[in-house]
Design a binder for this molecule. Structure first.
Ligand code: NI
Length: 186
């Protein structure tokens, strides 16, 4: 296992359209090592999610948190070749997002609050999830990375984009479900 370097905004790898992963290769050592290293990297930097291009590997793989297990612990999902469908265009939810590739910054983004995501998991099995609220926001943030989109691209009101300390001092950082989550970076 290894803690990987995280690409920061400005590096072109974050602006690439990532290539799909061949499902036949999911069980292979390369993809499995990438998943393990991404998990370790995410824990090290206290992220709630991480996308492969953030560790300089432009393939369609993300790790997304934000959900809870039945025992209350965090539920992390590995999603390969994810595809998001918005289930309700009218309902949107906003929060101050952060990103490990944009350290020290926060920005207010509104996104659809109810989505469906289809993907393959780390074992190559199909996943079909319906997500709402905070987990839906995390998932969209991570999947945006696969198309070269960063949350700052989606900040409409630039007065709500800035350094974490100033945002914490002058703005309401609360996340829709759990204000504690606002401390984490995606
Ligand atoms: Ni991010």
């Amino acid at each position: 296992m290894a803690i990987l370097k995280v690409a920061r905004m400005g590096h072109p790898v974050l602006r690439e359209t990532c290539r799909p992963i061949d499902p036949a290769k999911i069980a292979g050592p390369e993809v499995q090592r990438l998943i393990r290293d991404m998990l370790e990297t995410m824990f090290e930097y206290n992220g709630v999610g991480l996308a492969a291009p953030q560790v300089y590997t432009p393939v369609r793989l993300v790790i997304a948190g934000g959900e809870q297990r039945e025992d209350g612990g965090p539920l992390l999902r590995v999603l390969i070749n994810p595809e998001i469908t918005v289930l309700d265009e009218t309902r949107r939810e906003g929060m101050y997002e952060g990103c490990l590739s944009i350290p020290g910054w926060r920005g207010y983004v509104e996104r659809p609050a109810h989505i469906r995501v289809k993907a393959l998991d780390e074992a190559g099995k199909p996943l079909d999830l319906e997500l709402e609220g905070y987990p839906a926001i995390v998932m969209q943030h991570e999947c945006d990375h696969l198309d070269g989109i960063l949350y700052v691209d989606r900040v409409e009101d630039h007065s709500k984009l800035g350094f974490e300390e100033e945002i914490q001092r002058y703005h309401d950082l609360a996340a829709p479900d759990d204000a504690d989550d606002a401390d984490e970076d995606d």
